[in-house]
Design a protein around this ligand. Structure first.
Ligand code: ATR
Length: 273
């Protein structure tokens, strides 16, 4: 049977096996999908061993995405832009192809929630790997403006300069931000420390869409905060997780699974509904 897995550390709580097993059942693909948690300095060896032993493809998550970028034989254009690889496929020619489906997953999830990206003013919080992966797919949707704000302003400036050729992207400090924005995307890891990005409450209004790439069994700190200040449309990163997985599955198997039912089952599994 064709073998796939996700590499990460820690990875025990990954939902990827659950999601891909449901995709396989739904599309009647024969495959198995597992977990691998190599020590941080043993990822390269573990990856090589997996493919030497017949593995067909894998996902890569924190903290290995940047390393995976350097280990594959060739990169898709979107992985090159993201500077990170979350999906690897062994092609029929024996080539390890590195791809990145995170940004496409974000855009697909935003669209499935009915969020309009064309001609919109988007505020992206954070300038780490998650923000970098989102930029090209967001700019491809032709927003009127995309502003990056980051605690360390120089990182936002660097990122804006790097993606300037793809669309109207600028960097502003949190203090400089002036609304109204149509969509705010939180790509920071602030909630992992129970913190909030230092965003002025005045930027939140009833018609704004709020997206947090994080997710949990209950509202993330950022979503709770945005609701308190009047946001009516809030979305967490669970849908992005399922959509990036669907995109990876499509890369591997050439067949696109449906995501709605899988997202519902995942929510049930997490105790969200
Ligand atoms: P990821 O790959 O998930 O993006 P990362 O590369 O470590 O992770 O980036 C984390 C992002 O969250 C950074 O933009 C970070 O800001 P700095 O560049 O200033 O470090 C941001 N971040 C983390 N904690 C934050 C906090 N408490 N408030 C605001 N931003 C925070």
């Amino acid at each position: 049977m064709d073998r796939y897995l996700v590499f990460g550390h820690p990875v025990r709580h990954s939902k990827s096996p659950f999601i891909h097993t449901l995709f396989a059942r739904q599309t009647q693909q024969e495959l198995e999908y597992g977990l691998a948690e190599p020590a941080v300095d043993e990822f390269a060896h573990a990856l090589r061993t997996f493919f030497d032993q017949g593995g067909k493809g894998c996902n890569v998550t924190v903290p290995f995405k940047e390393q995976a970028f350097t280990l594959v034989d060739c990169l898709s254009p979107r992985a090159k832009r993201a500077g990170a690889v979350n999906t690897i496929k062994l092609t029929d020619d024996g080539v390890l192809l590195g791809d990145n489906t995170d940004g496409a997953g974000l855009v697909a999830d935003l669209k499935s929630h009915g969020v309009t990206l064309a001609d919109s003013r988007i505020l992206l919080l954070g300038a780490g790997g998650a923000a970098r992966g989102a930029l090209a797919p967001l700019l491809a949707e032709l927003p009127s403006e995309l502003v990056i704000a980051n605690r360390t302003h120089t990182k936002a400036q660097q990122l804006a300069a790097e993606f300037h050729d793809l669309g109207p992207v600028t960097a502003q400090t949190y203090e400089q931000l002036a609304g109204p924005f149509d969509l705010v995307i939180n790509s920071t890891s602030a909630s992992l420390q129970g913190e909030l990005p230092p965003l002025a409450p005045a930027l939140i209004h009833t018609d704004i869409a709020i997206y947090d790439m994080m997710y949990g069994a209950s509202d993330t700190a950022f979503i709770s905060w945005a609701k308190q200040h009047g946001a009516r449309q809030t979305m967490d990163g669970l849908g992005m997780l399922v959509e990036q997985a669907a995109e990876a599955f499509t890369v591997w198997r050439g067949i696109r699974p449906g995501t709605k039912q899988v997202l519902r089952e995942l929510k049930r599994n997490l105790g969200v509904i």
